[in-house]
Design a binder for this molecule. Structure first.
Ligand code: ARG
Length: 299
């Protein structure tokens, strides 16, 4: 049984193992941008960018991201499918933990065609795949992020994921779900404005949340653990960060933020991702974290 689909031979190079790989391997699901394009507008970033992205540049940028991730983690691939140009944003495939995947149930019909492809991939890879009813939209890891100690699940609601879906999250993993209300349409997924980091800190854009949600975040993370990202960096998708150990991989950010992250002990890897910003996504949107019992079957 084939559980991972490699990108076109000779076009996307197989990631090379490097020295700083974490001792506990992390696996990410990625989708090559062979069919990536902006063909509709379902978030403010896409407006004005229909057919405005370069597939050549997008491919180079994605490959650089792939190379950066491969230095610290394993990567498995899902084959892109015609009619699903946003499939490259695998963070929206679903949410995985302990071998269970809660499959996304997209709010916009434009992305609902992806569900069957992701379902097939997870099923063939040996995951237990759970679904939620169509009337309760849920957009996967884009809108739900585990606390690094696994003690709670931060789950957004607002533009995409509906709060009524949170019940299915707590049922799937028997975990406390902490709701966060997204109120700025530019930050329409949780992973565009909030990132729990492995050192126990958090990067977030406070204005993306309503007051009660901000208080939940600030009640959990002590002031010294909070990296409040300014609007300028938030708009560069600075919070859309892939964090493995002390490495953070993200789009290009300001010197100030880079300096702060370095001072906090992070190895900062910036990858230009301009072509994906045109669709409203960056580094973290382009990967989905996998682990759990099915991990051995996905390598
Ligand atoms: N164009 C995609 C959408 O609007 C971008 C998804 C970005 N993904 C994310 N996890 N934030 O759905």
């Amino acid at each position: 049984m084939s559980t991972s689909v490699n990108p076109s031979p000779g076009h996307f190079t197989t990631p090379v193992l490097a020295l700083d790989r974490a001792s506990v391997p992390v696996t990410f699901l990625m989708c090559p941008p062979k069919l990536y394009d902006v063909t509709y507008v379902i978030n403010p970033w896409m407006a004005g960018h229909v057919h405005d992205s370069s597939r050549v540049v997008a491919t180079q940028q994605w490959q650089h991201l792939c190379d950066a991730v491969a230095r610290v983690a394993e990567i498995v691939f899902v084959e892109p499918q015609p009619g699903s140009p946003d499939m490259v944003f695998t963070a929206n495939a679903g949410l995985e933990h302990d071998g269970i995947v809660l499959l996304s149930n997209f709010f916009h019909k434009e992305r609902q065609g992806e569900e069957q492809h992701f379902y097939r991939w997870f099923d063939e890879a040996g995951y237990t795949v759970l679904t939620v009813p169509r009337e309760t939209p849920f957009e996967g890891e884009g809108d739900a992020l585990f606390a690094v100690d696994g003690s709670r699940l931060w789950a957004a609601y607002g533009p995409r994921t509906q709060r009524s879906s949170h019940h299915f999250l707590s049922e799937a993993w028997k975990i406390e779900v902490v709701p966060l209300h997204l109120v700025d349409p530019r930050f329409y997924h949780l992973d565009t404005c909030f990132a729990p980091l492995e050192d126990g800190s958090v990067m977030y854009y406070p204005q993306a949340f309503d007051r009660a949600s901000r208080e939940r975040i600030e009640g959990y993370y002590a002031a010294t653990k909070r990296i409040a990202v300014a609007e300028e960096d938030a708009l560069r998708f600075a919070c859309n960060v892939i964090n493995i150990g002390s490495t953070v991989i993200l789009n290009e950010i300001s010197r100030e933020l880079r300096t702060e992250l370095i001072a906090r002990g992070f190895h900062v890897v910036e990858v230009a991702l301009s072509e994906f910003l045109k669709a409203g996504g960056a580094a973290k949107c382009l990967v989905m974290r996998l682990g759990g019992s099915a991990q051995q079957t996905t390598h």
